[in-house]
Design a binder for this molecule. Structure first.
Ligand SMILES: Nc1nc2c(ncn2[C@@H]2O[C@H](COP(=O)(O)OP(=O)(O)OP(=O)(O)O)[C@@H](O)[C@H]2O)c(=O)[nH]1
Ligand SMILES: [Mg+2]
Length: 489
């Protein structure tokens, strides 16, 4: 039985035990979630750029990024056949709301509802990106009011019931003490403690780090690298990637008009262009002969930021990209969006089943603990059995221990172990450090070598206890890969 199948079986068992109670419906919901897209929450402090980044991931400007009332409500964006915005009030039934959308974000009319009385909004939107990921936009934590922060907290660290999110993209600018506390609580759950298994860190608004200079992203990469190596951060998130969210959002929604405007800037010789772009104020108010009104220039700044205008006009001048499509691709790459998507793919999407099962089993475990019913012991025993024996969970556990610094050894061995058990992605090529298109024979040979290496370590009497446990898990991972490769042949 696969992990998802065993999870589904336990859920069936639990539903039978709770039949006739309100919890049965909750459990049925948990079971349905196993087949639904992965739920990823975008969290972080106020104005960290959460909504902007969410839009970049969707590929459309949906989430409002201004100071509107709706930024204070947890909002789910999910794929569906039609367009709909629905409010779930704290009390009372759901309500379908009216909304408008011109060429920017969705504007929701709360229809007299007080934002504080709304538990969440659900935006259903036909979208390819959302068909694999349901994205949850959260109000900033450490925000104006404690109540708003509380909502994000409840969403990710509920006191009871299921955790609504399977994974989280956490935006950091510079690590704030509150950030660490927040993430730690989110991970303080049964399967792994602390666990970086379901969180990715994003060093957000990366363009602002180098004051918008052309080398801003390089500085941001260095800082992200340092943050990602920091022990506190490593315990909380799998890796930290720098993303210039605003530019990323613009890249995926770029218009021909914008490109045409930027061509005018690109048409200037280097020196005057540099002078024009020294500050936002200069860009808006000087050089009338450029042929762009101040309103057009302000529109460009709002969409690209000063860094984006500098970068894009330079790319056009140097003919690195000549078409809007080419430019969009280049900007997605340079803003860090492409890399973030790869990481979401390898760390979340490829591990979807484990993350899904994990959320579901945690929900069942919590329910049997907090509201026991006759027959519930067998269910919690079955949950424990899966959690203790399913190999993917063992991998996650070792990964957490590694990240927490509980397993020590030579740095090369630690790095090898971390990759083998899926710390850099679940794909066999990621685990074996091979190119994705490496021939099967090469993959098998590499997996065999790794197997022998980790068997030796597991059997070596001088290996520490923690490392022995981890080595056994690595051996299983290698065996699993070999079996998979064998099957494919
Ligand atoms: N320069 C720059 N500005 C950004 C970036 N990301 C967002 N912004 C701007 O920062 C402001 C806040 O962005 P949002 O995406 O609304 O941030 P948020 O975290 O969702 O904010 P709240 O929901 O209110 O906490 C907006 O004016 C954005 O245009 C970025 O990467 N670079
Ligand atoms: Mg927001």
């Amino acid at each position: 039985m696969t992990l998802v199948e065993s999870t589904r079986a336990v859920l069936g068992q639990a539903i039978a035990v709770y039949r006739g109670t309100a919890d049965a419906a909750v459990l049925a919901g948990v079971r349905d979630r196993l087949d639904a897209p992965l739920r990823v929450a975008v969290a972080g402090r106020v104005k960290a750029g959460k909504s902007t980044l969410l839009n970049a991931l969707v590929g459309e400007r949906l989430a409002p990024t201004d100071a509107g009332e709706c930024t204070r409500i947890v909002t789910w964006y999910r794929d569906g056949p039609g367009y709909e915005v629905r409010a779930t009030p704290k009390d009372g039934p759901d309500r379908v709301l009216r909304f408008t959308r011109d060429d920017g974000a969705i504007e929701v009319d709360l229809g007299g509802l007080d934002s504080a009385a709304v538990e969440r909004l659900t935006v259903t939107w036909p979208s390819r990106a959302l068909s694999t990921l349901t994205l949850i936009d959260t109000p900033g934590i450490g925000s104006l009011s404690d109540q708003t922060a509380r909502r994000t907290w409840d969403l990710l660290v509920p006191d009871d019931e299921e955790t609504p999110a399977d994974a989280v993209v956490y935006l950091l600018r510079h690590l704030h003490p509150g950030d660490a506390e927040f993430l730690r609580a989110f991970h303080d759950t049964e399967v792994s403690r602390p666990s970086p298994v379901n969180a990715i860190g994003v060093l957000s608004r990366a363009d602002e780090i180098g004051a918008g200079r052309l080398d801003s992203m390089a500085s941001a990469r260095r800082i992200a690298g340092r943050l990602g190596g920091d022990t506190t951060v490593r315990r909380l998130v799998q890796s930290v990637v720098p993303v210039a969210g605003l530019l990323a959002e613009t890249a995926v929604t770029l218009t021909e008009t914008e490109v045409a405007w930027l061509r005018r800037v690109a048409g200037l010789p280097v020196k005057p262009a540099e002078e024009l772009l020294l500050s936002a104020d200069r860009f808006v108010n000087t050089m009338p002969e450029l042929g762009l009104t101040s309103i057009e220039r302000e529109a460009l700044l709002a969409r690209f930021g000063l860094f984006g205008v500098r970068l894009t006009s330079t790319l056009l001048r140097r003919e690195v990209a000549t078409t809007a499509t080419g430019l969009a691709r280049e900007l997605a790459e340079r803003s860090g969006l492409t890399r973030l998507r790869e990481i979401v793919g390898s760390l979340f999407l490829e591990r979807r089943d484990v993350l899904k099962s994990r959320s579901a089993l945690l929900a069942v475990a919590e329910l049997t603990r907090s509201r026991p019913r006759p027959g519930g012991e067998a269910v919690s025993a079955a949950v424990e059995e899966i959690m203790a024996s399913a190999h993917p969970f063992n991998e996650l556990r070792v990964l957490s221990s590694l990240r927490a610094g509980w397993i020590t050894g030579k740095p090369e061995a630690i790095a090898d172990l971390e990759r083998l058990i899926g710390g850099s992605g679940n794909a066999v090529s990621d685990r074996l450090r091979l190119p994705p298109d490496a021939p099967a024979a090469e993959q098998s040979a590499t997996a065999l070598e790794a197997l022998a290496r980790w068997q030796r370590r597991a059997e070596n009497p001088l290996t520490s206890y923690e490392m022995t446990v981890a080595a056994r898990v690595a051996v299983r991972s290698c065996e699993g890969m070999l079996a998979g490769l064998e099957r494919r042949r």
